[in-house]
Design a protein around this ligand. Structure first.
Ligand code: SF4
Length: 435
């Protein structure tokens, strides 16, 4: 039987794409390659958010050539978030370059590949025609399910590649999302991820009055013991209705990823983020006040064109005040074709960006540890994700998405257990199983 391997870069949404790519390949007759086996199909599911992720894929060119000498039948594919300019460069390395929107057409592309043709798909399907949502995913594991509820984004933050790689946002109907969620829960899922580039902006395309909060409420009502998580959010979507729901939710997680990007309004404006620092802080304060055991992460870009040392200091000070449990800190890199790349010169040197990154990263270690320390002495419900057989330890997450480890001779993966927290580290808490 022919085999495949998928290498995934990027966010939860890309991981969700990979589960759908695997689903298509398996219905076409391919089987997942075992560990060191050289597959017949090697798929790179790319992320264009940072130049470094794209560079890493270019860096695989020699490896790909070597693998092809070992398995002459090997076909290489790149998809995911790939900007048009990068797509051109990838022509030199890959047999098939296609837009993830066109995933349903993959079996047709594979037939061409088998005849020895190279395919570069330039004109992909229009967003309204995508059949992506209808594809049955092959879950990475049975206990955690990813459900894309929207695709693409039309907010056009000036630095971001997504509107160009995925197109404008389209939302999936609530009835399809709920049907998929129910099926996953019935099949044993203990965690449901609702995913979208701006997941919190979702609205039912068949009823615009039915919003993200209504969807969360409906998912929460599905019978069974499971948690609901969502990513990525946009601060302006967090109105009182959503925050008040999160405050009393039982299954929906009390963790939110709330990207800030910069704490200076001028920089936020240049980024085309549509909120001010004051609006962001107001929403965050409400969430901290109302949602029990609330925990949050944020995203920050350092070295955005024109960001002065003083403006960076401002971000640093606000970061220190809001104390995120986790932060995804990026050094700005221009993505070809985006507004920021067209309008602004990237004049901040790599060493300045690195220095800002290092300062913020150091601060994150403090804020993260303070957040972790708050859990010591509590007994928390934990979903076990991994069992380290040699160390006899389980790794998992709390409802508010804190990473935890505890000793266990038994493999408890996919189960909820109660753990008493005894120690806090920077990005992890440690505990012992409660009786
Ligand atoms: S909200 Fe902005 S950063 Fe997020 S996906 Fe949309 S354009 Fe990109």
């Amino acid at each position: 039987m022919k085999t495949y391997k998928i290498i995934t870069y990027g966010c939860q949404m890309n991981k969700s794409d990979s589960e759908r790519i695997a689903g298509v390949l398996e219905t076409t007759g391919y089987k997942k390659a075992i560990d060191r086996q050289i597959p017949d199909i090697l798929v790179f599911n790319a992320c264009s958010v940072r130049q470094s992720a794209i560079d890493r894929i270019y860096g695989q060119a020699n490896l790909i050539r070597k693998l092809k000498t070992k398995n002459y039948k090997l076909k290489t594919i790149i998809t995911g978030c790939v900007l048009p300019k990068d797509r051109q460069k990838f022509k030199k390395i890959f047999d098939l370059v296609f837009n993830i929107k066109d995933l349903k057409r993959l079996p047709v592309f594979l037939r061409y590949l088998e005849r020895g043709k190279q395919i570069i798909v330039e004109n992909s399907l229009k967003n309204e025609n995508i059949s992506y949502f209808k594809i049955r995913p092959r879950q990475e594991n049975r206990f955690s399910a990813r459900i894309p509820i929207s695709f693409g984004c039309g907010r056009f933050c000036s630095y971001c590649a997504v509107p160009y790689t995925r197109g404008l946002e389209i939302n999936r109907p609530a009835k399809d999302i709920l049907k998929e969620a129910k099926a996953f829960v019935t099949a044993g899922a203990k965690e449901i991820w609702l995913l979208g580039q701006t997941v919190s902006s979702w609205k039912d395309p068949q009823n615009k009055n039915y919003e993200f909060t209504d969807l969360l409420q409906a998912v929460e009502k599905i019978p069974g013991e499971f948690w609901v998580r969502f990513e990525s959010s946009y601060v302006l979507d967090f109105d009182d209705k959503l925050i008040n729901f999160l405050a009393k939710a039982k299954k929906v997680s009390n963790y939110v990823n709330l990207p800030l990007q910069s704490a200076t309004n001028r920089v936020l404006k240049a980024m085309n983020r549509r909120y001010t620092l004051e609006q962001y802080l107001k929403v965050l304060e409400k969430m901290k006040e109302r949602i029990p055991d609330f925990s949050f992460s944020t995203d920050i870009i350092v070295g955005f064109p024109g960001e002065t040392e003083k403006q960076f200091r401002n971000t640093y000070n606000i970061f220190k005040r809001i104390k995120p449990t986790m932060a995804y800190i990026a050094k700005y890199s221009p993505r070809p074709g985006t507004m920021a790349e067209k309008l602004f010169k990237d004049r901040i040197s790599p060493s300045q960006k690195q220095s800002r990154f290092t300062k913020l990263d150091k601060l994150l270690k403090q804020t993260a540890k303070e957040n972790m320390a708050r859990e010591v002495g509590k007994t928390l419900k934990v979903l076990v994700e991994e069992w380290l057989s040699t160390k006899k330890e389980c790794l998992g997450k709390t409802r508010n998405f804190k990473a935890i480890r505890f000793p266990s001779a038994e493999n408890l993966v996919g189960r909820f257990v109660r753990v008493t927290i005894v120690k806090a580290r920077e990005f992890e808490i440690e505990g012992v199983m409660a009786n």
